[in-house]
Design a protein around this ligand. Structure first.
Ligand code: GLU
Length: 485
């Protein structure tokens, strides 16, 4: 019988969930779900120096917010130290590990010398030479020590699900510290012990852990255990191919939610960081990803984290929202919402109907939900404190006089117009004005756009007029004219 698939996400709580961590969690989640297996959460918090109050909780909140619910755990490594100590003792007894009494001064000097001689930093195994008696004496003297793994000086080969067959030589690998001088295990020991005890079948994690994998496999062997399968996910890169780092922008997954990215869009985007379906399809829900994801299609090459792509994808998801839902999101985001979400749901008041019309009008231009309040503001304004400079447009040869003429001539035409129900009829009316004045299109449409929104960018003028309606349009044009003359 084949074993039930079990994956884990094993973050060290740093205070926030890195988008790379979210990708690891997502892939481990998808793989488990797809195989009807178990997705486990383990908090790797053995590094007491790095303890941050509330970090584990906020990490779990973020995972839940993204819909990545775990089936087992959370386990906390800090509560399991006795287990790690037990196995460290076994490793010592069986000769797979040894005590190292070297002082930090000695280790530092050794590293500096190695650096000078351009050697890779590696413990020189001085304490491996200690006799049993010497070790006992030092222990009796109460000398502090760490426990180091005795790396076999041989070649190790293993298969990585993403990278294929790999081999390392023990002589290039450092004798890893397994138990620190404070008695706490290092990541390496705790991670291997837990993956075994928790019956993890597939270790899916970031590429940065690949150099540690030979150490881990030797530990499995030394403890007489079968190693799990490994899949190392490639690094996340900035568009300039440098490693994605905090300095170049936000990397905390939760910040993207705050910035107005939709959970569904983020998940879709993150899934494509190193994976693709092999088709042109780009829009996938979490559920669809469970069906379509496969480790075989995860790439070795670094995955570029493109905000442009995320904006595009988010825009696609925003377009898919109903005007009602989007309107409610926007209202919730506004400092002084002019109406409530309930009024939108009822949909009976003029205010609600207008707000829905405005929402519909900006929907296709929104990249994030946070764009909403700003984009909708011009529609809601009672009066503008016009920036008269905006009416000028050098390239289109529009100065104040041109703008005044354009608006002055448009008002009676738009007043006479009855049909505000389609863009076509509005366009026809304004083309008449353009022809009458012998102006270029922009010379009439630009001043109107500014008069209606006090902005440079907005939806198309005809759509704007249609959405604002006759009364509002005339009011705004007249008020702009007043301010200019
Ligand atoms: N605690 C490690 C981390 O923070 C886990 C690495 C692993 O998955 O083995 O990334």
């Amino acid at each position: 019988m084949t074993k039930k698939v079990k994956t884990r996400f094993a973050p060290s709580p740093t205070g926030y969930l890195h988008v790379g961590g979210l990708r690891t969690a997502l892939f481990a989640y998808l793989f488990a779900r797809q195989n009807e297996g178990i997705f486990l959460l383990r908090i790797e918090d053995t590094d007491q120096k790095r303890f941050i109050e509330g970090a584990a909780e906020s990490l779990m909140d973020t995972l839940k917010a993204f819909g990545l619910e775990w089936d087992e755990g959370p386990y906390y490594q800090s509560e399991r130290t006795d287990i790690y100590k037990k196995y460290a003792k076994q490793l010592l007894d069986d000769g797979h590990a040894y005590r190292c009494f070297c002082t930090s001064e000695r280790l530092q000097k050794m590293r500096e010398d190695q650096q000078k001689n351009k050697q890779s930093p590696k413990y020189d195994r001085k304490c491996l030479e200690l006799s049993e008696k010497e070790v006992e004496d030092k222990l009796a003297q109460g000398k502090t020590y760490v426990v180091r793994q005795q790396i076999p000086q041989e070649v190790i080969e293993f298969h990585d699900q993403v990278r294929g067959n790999l081999s390392f030589h023990g002589k290039d690998v450092d004798d890893q510290v397994l138990i620190k001088s404070d008695g706490f295990p290092t990541y390496h020991l705790a991670n291997v012990v837990d993956d075994h005890e928790m019956e993890i079948t597939h270790v899916i994690r970031g590429e940065e852990w690949l150099p540690s994998t030979p150490k881990h496999i030797w530990l499995y062997k030394a403890l007489g255990w079968e190693a799990p399968e490994f899949a190392h996910l490639s690094l996340l890169l900035n568009p300039d191919k440098t490693k994605l780092s905090k300095r170049q922008g936000d990397v905390a997954a939760e910040d993207f939610i705050k910035k107005g990215y939709l959970i569904e869009a983020m998940i879709n985007f993150i899934a494509f960081l190193g994976w693709n379906p092999g088709t042109e399809e780009e829009i996938f829900s979490l559920e669809e990803l469970v069906n379509r994801f496969s480790l075989d299609r995860v790439q070795k090459a670094g995955a570029v984290f493109s905000l442009e792509k995320l904006d595009w994808l988010n825009g696609q998801y925003i377009r898919e929202m109903s005007a009602q839902d989007l309107a409610k999101f926007i209202l919730a985001d506004m400092k002084n919402p002019p109406l409530t979400g309930e009024e939108i749901d009822e949909g009976t008041s003029d205010a609600a109907n207008n707000f829905l019309k405005y929402t519909d009008c900006i929907q296709t231009r929104m990249k994030t939900l946070n764009d909403g309040p700003e984009m909708i503001a011009p529609f809601l304004a009672d009066e503008f404190d016009y920036d008269i400079e905006l009416f000028n447009h050098k390239k289109m040869k529009i100065d104040k006089a041109t703008a005044v003429m354009a608006i002055e001539n448009s008002i009676p035409t738009l007043e006479a117009l009855e049909d505000y129900g389609t863009e076509e009829s509005i366009k026809e009316a304004l083309v008449g004005v353009i022809q009458k004045l012998g102006f270029k299109n922009g010379q009439v449409l630009w001043p109107i756009r500014v008069a209606l929104t006090n902005e440079q960018y907005s939806p198309g003028v005809f759509e704007l007029i249609m959405v604002l309606g006759k009364e509002n349009t005339i009011k705004r044009l007249s008020s702009a004219l007043d301010k200019m003359t």
